[in-house]
Design a protein around this ligand. Sequence first.
Ligand code: GTP
Ligand code: MG
Length: 325
Amino acid sequence: MAKTDPKTIAPVARIADGDVPRVIERMRAGERRAIASVITELERLSAAAPAILKALQPHLGHSLVIGFTGPPGAGKSTLVNALITQLRQQGRTVGVIAVDPSSPISGGAILGDRIRMTAALDDDGVFVRSLASRGYLGGLSPAAVRIIDALDGAGFDVVLLETVGTGQNEIDVAEVADIRVVIAAPGLGDDIQAMKSGLLEIADVIVVNKSDRPGAEQTLQQLVGALSIRATMAEKIPVLKTSAINGAGVPDLIATLNDLGGKVRKQEPVARRRRRARYLIARAASDIVAARIKSGGERGLAPLADAVLSGTMTPHDAAVRLLED
Ligand SMILES: Nc1nc2c(ncn2[C@@H]2O[C@H](COP(=O)(O)OP(=O)(O)OP(=O)(O)O)[C@@H](O)[C@H]2O)c(=O)[nH]1
Ligand SMILES: [Mg+2]
């Protein structure tokens, strides 16, 4: 890939439908501006987005998508950064997406900022996109999933996806990752309790970061204990300790990810693409349903509510009727 200064990536002109094949070609050749424009179009779900998504399809399925989620301030961004460095040393190209970065409470920085402090941005083998929490058409998570397609289509070997693991959206978006890493840290107290009831279920790997801090071993034991009582977890989930700031444990984490990645790569690439497509369809469908319910407010809903009140219909039957219209 050619060297460019990332700061010079200009805001991009809108892509016209007829230009899509050429832009995809440039993107596949590693041209950063082309990658940036494709991402922008997909992020905004612009008029060119359907044509772009279609043109990307034959190129999808190469990237290994690794999702990182966990409580605010656990060190997700710092760890992602450490992983970028080591993956690059192994010659792998890396795309990064940070969803809902920076939680003011934790002192965590926006991933992009944290990475800007490192050498990674002078390297064309790395492409970073942060998504702030603002109104995306169809929601933040679907926007992130479309960007995974863009980075996959651009041919990055690995795509790292950071999400703050505090809401349904994050658990949602984890569905599309090939490998899900849940990150905890000592001293997060209630967050560890919350993790036990939700996040642990989606984990393929659990990391206790900040192993340089007191209490890391105790946190690890708590999580191992929580895992062991889950009968559904037939397979052993690796639980590792890392220190993202001094690099301890990071090579072990990479080895574990490589191991899991090898298994994922044995699946057909289409299986991974299908997961993302299914997710986008399901989200779009729920948007359509929500819109119908809203628009049904005046016409459809009122008579149905009367039918429910008079006992001639159950709410469930009324809902089916509403969606049939
Ligand atoms: N001691 C220690 N501090 C760490 C480690 N990893 C991260 N930190 C610090 O923890 C704070 C939060 O780190 P981030 O990487 O921003 O955490 P995050 O999970 O991405 O935070 P949000 O994106 O806000 O949820 C920063 O001050 C980091 O320097 C670690 O391994 N050890
Ligand atoms: Mg972060």
